[in-house]
Write a protein that binds this ligand. Sequence first.
Ligand SMILES: Cc1cc2nc3c(=O)[nH]c(=O)nc-3n(C[C@H](O)[C@H](O)[C@H](O)COP(=O)(O)O)c2cc1C
Length: 167
Amino acid sequence: MTAAPFTSTDFRHALSQFATGVTVVTVERAPGQAYGMTANSLTSVSLEPLLVLICVDQRSHLLPLIKQKRVFAINVLKENQQAFSVYFAQADQTPEAEAKLGIQYRWTQARVPVLSDTIAQILCRVVASYIAGDHTIFLGEVQSAELSPGEPLLFFRSHYRQLAPPR
Ligand SMILES: Cc1cc2nc3c(=O)[nH]c(=O)nc-3n(C[C@H](O)[C@H](O)[C@H](O)COP(=O)(O)O)c2cc1C
């Protein structure tokens, strides 16, 4: 008897056992207009130089924007920002919808939109990209980061969670 092949569904199920935080990657899409994508593929890569990576779906609207702008922000969501995660996981993004959700941006000198009131706002410059199957890996050199107090939103087994108090 041969073992059943390991499928993409099996892969997703296995990887969903790995709990992560939730970020929104933001970039300028037109002068003064932001575009964001929910991402939990953030990985710390190197201290010298200061590198992180994110993996972006080839079909995502974010991909051509990052390729073009070469600068982006990684915004780490707070536990009460699940609605932000759901919103930025779809492409229909309008100032009206954002006003309803209370989404606000601060703009950096390099014209990167940063999500206000998130627990970390990490500014990156693209230094390399690699096509990896149906995603592109962007290696970002971290330029600066701003931190705010608060607890993180978590993602585990395809559901949002919150940190339990320390034992
Ligand atoms: C918790 C969570 C994490 C996600 N992480 C990633 C990710 O790391 N990379 C990615 O390409 N898409 C990720 N997605 C999916 C994207 O947010 C988005 O739905 C998809 O790429 C479609 O992008 P578009 O709306 O810009 O076309 C994630 C979605 C959720 C809800």
